[in-house]
Structure formats: structure tokens, C-alpha cells
Write a protein that binds this ligand. Structure first.
Ligand code: C2E
Ligand code: MG
Ligand code: MG
Length: 616
């Protein structure tokens, strides 16, 4: 026969076990009220957890009557449970009729058939987390032994509850931590880590799939302008609004992640064909058709979207994101922030072999790369006042490869730094070899620099050392950067530019007019020279471009900048820009890019003859 002591020992052991298992709080209180009525001579039992920091409030009762008594006490704010909770002491009411401490609860409970109640606080440290109520339909006290048993159970259960509570909190916190580590806090979209997980999963699925996978790299155009003009809080809200629209166009199997400031990546699996891949690009593009309303402002923005698609069974890796990024970059770089267009450059890049960067590296080592130099002439007298260095590669099997492709591919890795250093070094030493550095003024030698080169590595020191190594005057060097990249780029880029200017190097904004041509932006960029893009020149003699070129020229002059016009191919264009008052010109009309020795053959102090024939 099991005696009371043994039964109690069994019950206590059961509770102790919850300390080492995943028993939930509600399960513990349910178990307590169920078991205690077996151990002690009471009709029913109930528990209410009252403590402020225990939420939700857990209630358990062994039957409907005890639940009713529990509710009476909490509704009235009166009863032994409340007293035990407040005093931290057990409360014994052997006869409810004779006890005057509960004027509201007492009569109401008696009317429901309650005769006696014994309450034990669930203690935790100096405070209480709730109380255990034992109800009886007959009057009379519990023995000292029974009171101690009940108190012991209350203490053990309190310890179990605190333990379970800590466990539940830890579970919630670790789930939240996991979520946070995979999401962008601003937009709540998946972050780069999450995206890479999805890329990995997609690759596993793709091995068995007969479908295509597309990656879309989306970069908002001119986002920096929005931050600058309206403040970061508007920029942040805009990013949230963009993220929301992106989420709305997703299919079940798509992921969109925010991977940095204004850059988003879509990973879209299970595309039946390339038409669907294009459709998704168009859908992303459409997101920007309507303006975004933020803080009462109507913000019209566009995005540059680069796309990379792989066919069935092909590997899906981080490389695919890099390809989409490169495609996006080229769109921004060469077409100036136009929306989704996957053009020949992108296709050319994405169809390049995986090891193309390696080929460039090898070509660099084998001296297969060259730099060509295109004269820049002074408008007033056609005297050569500088040259632009342009990369050339005659590939042994592929033939001539555009520098746009070479630079674009090199930018996928840190190779761009090596390549950029090499071009800079070649150009500076060419200037030195010509021996006309001090007279080839004011442009001197202009070298194109990619923004990625600018912010990666120690670009400033590279320039400083290359210039001094070649023994040329830093004021003879111009670094050309594109307008979009200048506008979009980080504070870090601006700092490097201003350090370079401190050294005496001048900065040119290249291809001006292809992007946003925000004239006001000219006033804010750390630049000395504006190079007007050839796309504005092509129709200048007959079209409205003359007005734009004239406005840019006037403003640049106001700001003390020099204006160079690119892509002069004929006399009519030459006349027009002369009329407008541009300072310098470059184009096939004067000379195509030529070799280092070709430049040597020019008498720099004489006007370059007009007409394309001589220097072709
Ligand atoms: P860019 O800096 O705007 O260079 C001017 C481009 O216009 C050159 O193309 C040049 O050959 C071409 N050009 C010059 N005059 C005329 C003309 O009268 N008519 C026409 N239609 N085109 C003319 P290229 O050499 O193919 O270079 C293309 C772009 O590749 C450059 O544009 C520049 O952004 C980039 N690039 C070239 N070399 C380098 C380099 O060493 N480093 C970097 N980062 N980029 C480079
Ligand atoms: Mg250039
Ligand atoms: Mg240009």
C-alpha cells in the first residue's frame, strides 16, 4: 500500500524531472493541480500566476468549480490567493463562514458551495509569481503535515516554473536571434547570408531540375541624391517602400534580399524559359513606374537591373550574383541609370568563360595588354593639350576585346586593382618618356578609374607612389570617373577624391550627360573637369542637344571647371561646340587613340590638323 509520504515523493520526483526536460509552463501548472488533489484531502485545486513579468498569465484548475473560484478572486480583487501573493505567506481559511478577511469573495464563494480554502504562495526570491489554491467543500483545517506538504509542492513547482520560464525566454530569444541574423533590420527582407543559403539550396535543387534560374541585381539610381536632399529618414522609408513593392511581386519560389544600402538581389528559380526570365526583369522594372510617396513627398526613382540566367543543371553559385552585379554595373556605367535593359555588353560579359579574369591576368603578365592614347585638343587653336589613356587588348584567338568588357570582367574581382595600377603606371611612364609632361597642359594625361578601384585597396597611396615613381608632376594627371558612380558613391570615395586633389591630381567627371546630369550636382562634386559624353554630341549640329551642352558648359565655367567634349567626329560638331564655348575636344575628327610611339610622333606644339585621315 502506497502511503502519503511515498505518494508525495513520487509527485516531487515528477516535478524535479521537468527541470531537465522541455516541459512547458502550462504543462507544469496543469500537472500540479491534477496531482495535488490526489495527495491531499481537498476537493479541487487551482493555480494562477500573477507576477508582472510572467506573461501570458497561466491559469490552471483541476475542475470547473475551482476555475470559477479562481475567477471570482481575480474579478473581485479579493480572496486568499491575492492575500498570499501580497504577503508571501500561506493563508489558511478552514471555515469561510467564520473568516472576515474576504468580505466580497467569502459570501460569493460560499454561495457556490465552498467551505474552506488553503492558499500557498509560489515563491521566487523575495517575491511571488502566483499562488496555489486548495478548495474544500467541507470545513476544517489541514494538518500541519498536510500544510507542509502543500507548501513544499508550491516551492518545488515555483522553481520548476522559473526554470521553464527561463527556457521559454531563451527559446524565443534564440529564434529572434536567428531571424535577426538572416534579415535586414530596416526592410525585414532576407539579408546576404540568407540569400547565400538560398543560393546553396537552389543549386541542390537545380541539379535535378529542367528549369532555368535567374538572378537580378537591382541598384537604385541616384539614391544618394535622395538621402542628400531629403535626409536619411526619407531614404530609409523609401527603401522600406521599395522592399514592400518587391515583396508583392514575388512568386512562391522567389527570394528577394537587400544586400547593402540600395542594392537588392532577386533569386528566381524554376523559370521555364528565358522569356519568363525577361518577364521577371520587366516586372521588377515596373515596380518603379509609379512614384513612391514618402512623408508626403512624391519620389520618382528608377533602378538599374542586371540579370544573369543559368540553364537547367548548371551550377548556381555566388558567381551568378557577381555576374548580375557586373551586368547592372555596366548598365549604370554606360547607359546611365536607365532601367532594365539587358544589352549586348551584359550578354557578352555573362557569356565570357568563367576563367576570363585569369586570362586577363595572364595577358597582363605576358604583355598582351596595351594602352592607347587619344589626343585632347584645345578648341581655340587645336593644339594637343592632353591625352586620354585607353586600354587595348588584342586577344590571340578572340581578336580585339573592348575595354568595357575587360574592365567589367576585372571588376568582378580584385584584379581591377592590379589592372588599374598597371594602366596608371604605363600612362605615367609614357608621359615621362614623351618628355612633354610639363608642356602637355593643362590636361596632361587622363586615366580612367573605376569606382571599385577607387574604394578598394589603398588607391591614394598607389597614385602617389606611381606618380612619384614615374617622376611626373601630379598636376599633370587627371583621373576620370563616371558621373553615376560619383553620384552614387560613398563618403569614402569622396574622401579619397579630395585627398587626391590635395596632392594636385585633378578629377574629371566622365561621360557627363548619360546619367542624370543633375546640373546642381556639379556644384557638389569634387571635380575639376567635365567631360561631356559623345551621345550629346552625335546630333548636336541639328538637334536640341546644343542647349544642354551650352547649359552644362556655362555652369561648369561658373564653377571654375574646364569642359572637354568627347566624340567629335566631324566639322559640323566641331563648329557647334566652338560656338558654345567648350574648352577642349577629343574625337576621331582630330585623332583616334594611338600607340605610345604614335603620340611621340606628334609635334605637340602645332595644331592637330582637322580631318580624320592623318592619325588613323
Ligand atoms: P571613355 O572613357 O568615355 O573613353 C572614350 C571612348 O570613346 C573610347 O572608347 C574612345 O575610343 C571612344 N572615342 C573617342 N573618340 C571617339 C569618336 O569620335 N567617336 C566615337 N564613336 N568614339 C570615340 P574605348 O576605348 O572603347 O573605351 C570605352 C570605355 O572603356 C571608356 O570610355 C572607358 O570608360 C573604358 N575604359 C577604357 N580604358 C579604360 C581603363 O584603362 N580603365 C578603366 N577603368 N576604364 C577604361
Ligand atoms: Mg574616359
Ligand atoms: Mg567618356
Amino acid at each position: 500500500m502506497v502511503n502519503d509520504e511515498e505518494r508525495l515523493a513520487v509527485v516531487l520526483r515528477e516535478f524535479a524531472r521537468t527541470l531537465t526536460t522541455d516541459f512547458p509552463m502550462q504543462g507544469i501548472v496543469d500537472h500540479l493541480v491534477g496531482r495535488i488533489v490526489e495527495v491531499l484531502p481537498v476537493t479541487s485545486a487551482a493555480v494562477t500566476l500573477i507576477s508582472h513579468d510572467l506573461s501570458p498569465k497561466y491559469v490552471s484548475a483541476s475542475n470547473a468549480a475551482s476555475l470559477g473560484f479562481e475567477q471570482l478572486q481575480s474579478n473581485f480583487g479579493d480572496g486568499p490567493c491575492i492575500l498570499a501573493y501580497q504577503s508571501g505567506e500561506s493563508v489558511a481559511v478552514p471555515d469561510l463562514l467564520l473568516d472576515e478577511r474576504f468580505p466580497v469573495f467569502g459570501p460569493a464563494a460560499r454561495a457556490e458551495g465552498l467551505a474552506a480554502v488553503f492558499t500557498f504562495p509560489l515563491r521566487h526570491g523575495d517575491g511571488c509569481i502566483g499562488a496555489l489554491d486548495l478548495y474544500r467543500e467541507t470545513t476544517g483545517p489541514l494538518s500541519v503535515h498536510e500544510m507542509i506538504t502543500a507548501e513544499t509542492m508550491a516551492d518545488v513547482v515555483a522553481a520548476c516554473l522559473i526554470n521553464a520560464q527561463a527556457r521559454e525566454r531563451a527559446d524565443v530569444a534564440s529564434a529572434a536571434y536567428l531571424y535577426d541574423s538572416l534579415h535586414d533590420p530596416l526592410t525585414d527582407l532576407p539579408n546576404r547570408t540568407f540569400l547565400m543559403d538560398r543560393v546553396h539550396d537552389a543549386n541542390v535543387r537545380a541539379k535535378r531540375s529542367r528549369l532555368n534560374t535567374g538572378v537580378y541585381f537591382v541598384d537604385l539610381d541616384r539614391f544618394k541624391l535622395i538621402n542628400d536632399h531629403h535626409g536619411h529618414h526619407v531614404g530609409d522609408k523609401l527603401l522600406i517602400a521599395v522592399a514592400r513593392r518587391f515583396s508583392n511581386i514575388l512568386r512562391q519560389e522567389d527570394t528577394v534580399a537587400r544586400i547593402s544600402g540600395d542594392e537588392f538581389v532577386f533569386l528566381c528559380e524554376a523559370l521555364p524559359d528565358t522569356i519568363e526570365a525577361e518577364n521577371i526583369g520587366a516586372r521588377i522594372e515596373k515596380v518603379f513606374e509609379r512614384p513612391f510617396v514618402v512623408d508626403g513627398l512624391r519620389l520618382s526613382i528608377s533602378a538599374s537591373i542586371g540579370m544573369a540566367v543559368v540553364g537547367p543543371g548548371e551550377e548556381i553559385s555566388a558567381e551568378l550574383i557577381v555576374h548580375a552585379d557586373t551586368a547592372m554595373y555596366l548598365i549604370k556605367r554606360h547607359r546611365g541609370g536607365r532601367r532594365h535593359v539587358v544589352g549586348p555588353i551584359d550578354s557578352a560579359l555573362s557569356s565570357l568563360p568563367q576563367n576570363f579574369e585569369q586570362e586577363i591576368g595572364d595577358a597582363l603578365e605576358k604583355n598582351e595588354l596595351h594602352v592607347a592614347y587619344q589626343p585632347i585638343v584645345r578648341m581655340s587653336d587645336n593644339v594637343m593639350s592632353g591625352v586620354e589613356a585607353l586600354l587595348r587588348w588584342e586577344h590571340p584567338t578572340r581578336g580585339k576585346i573592348s575595354p568595357v568588357i575587360v574592365v567589367g570582367a576585372a571588376e568582378r574581382s580584385s584584379l581591377i586593382n592590379l589592372l588599374g595600377e598597371w594602366i596608371l603606371e604605363r600612362s605615367c611612364s609614357a608621359l615621362r618618356t614623351w618628355g612633354i609632361g610639363d608642356r602637355l597642359a593643362p590636361i596632361g594625361i587622363a586615366v580612367n578609374v573605376s569606382a571599385r578601384q577607387l574604394v578598394s585597396g589603398d588607391f591614394f597611396n598607389t597614385v602617389e607612389q606611381t606618380v612619384s615613381g614615374a617622376g611626373i608632376d601630379p598636376t599633370r594627371l587627371v583621373l576620370e570617373m563616371t558621373e553615376n558612380l560619383l553620384i552614387e558613391d560613398s563618403d569614402r570615395a569622396m574622401k579619397v577624391l579630395s585627398d587626391l586633389r590635395g596632392l594636385g591630381v585633378r578629377i574629371a567627371v566622365d561621360d557627363f550627360g548619360t546619367g542624370y546630369s543633375s546640373l546642381s550636382y556639379l556644384t557638389r562634386l569634387p571635380i575639376d573637369i567635365v567631360k561631356i559624353d559623345q551621345s550629346l554630341i552625335a546630333g548636336i549640329a541639328s538637334g536640341p542637344e546644343a542647349v544642354v551642352v551650352s547649359a552644362v558648359t556655362n555652369l561648369a565655367h561658373e564653377l571654375g571647371m574646364v569642359v572637354v567634349v568627347e566624340g567629335i567626329e566631324n566639322q559640323a560638331q566641331h563648329h557647334e561646340i566652338a560656338r558654345i564655348g567648350c574648352d577642349y575636344a577629343q574625337g576621331f575628327y582630330f585623332s583616334e587613340p594611338m600607340s605610345e610611339s604614335g603620340i611621340m610622333g606628334i609635334d605637340w606644339s602645332l595644331p592637330l590638323p582637322n580631318g580624320p585621315s592623318r592619325f588613323r
